[in-house]
Write a protein that binds this ligand. Structure first.
Ligand code: CUA
Length: 134
């Protein structure tokens, strides 16, 4: 009787190993695509329009930037995002930012564009998902 029990334990162990191997072979479940939000922003001396953008945490924000006059820049402070906005009529540039934490993120012009360059700034308000309407 003891022999039979030991044999059954071994069979069960083998089965468990086989199941675990089969599950591992499937690999991790595919990651869901993060939600995206696209906002068009126009830069001109010396503002961004709109200058406040609200986005939920974890959403990939795509800021499509164009200029109404000269070349400007778009930098999100401390986030490693910095692009040059081509001057009027030269098309758009898209800056992509996926905030991992709620809070306020400052963006600013990163290219000297005139006397008011230092005033060209705005805010990205990152909110917890579902709290956008509060
Ligand atoms: Cu716009 Cu500096």
């Amino acid at each position: 009787m003891r022999r039979t029990t030991r044999a059954m334990v071994m069979i069960l162990a083998l089965l468990a190993t086989a199941v675990a191997t089969a599950m591992r072979a499937q690999g991790p479940a595919p990651q869901p695509t993060p939600p995206e939000q696209t906002v068009e922003v126009t830069a001109e001396r010396f503002t961004f329009q709109p200058s406040e953008i609200t986005v939920p945490v974890g959403t990939t924000l795509k800021v499509v930037l164009k200029s109404d006059d000269t070349t400007h820049g778009f930098r999100i402070k401390g986030e490693g995002v910095n692009v040059q906005i081509p001057k009027r009529g030269r098309g758009t540039i898209t800056a992509t930012f996926t905030p991992a934490k709620a809070g306020k993120y400052t963006f600013e012009c990163s290219r000297i564009c005139g006397a008011g360059h230092g005033f060209m700034r705005g805010t990205i308000v990152v909110v917890e998902p579902g709290s956008e309407t509060k």
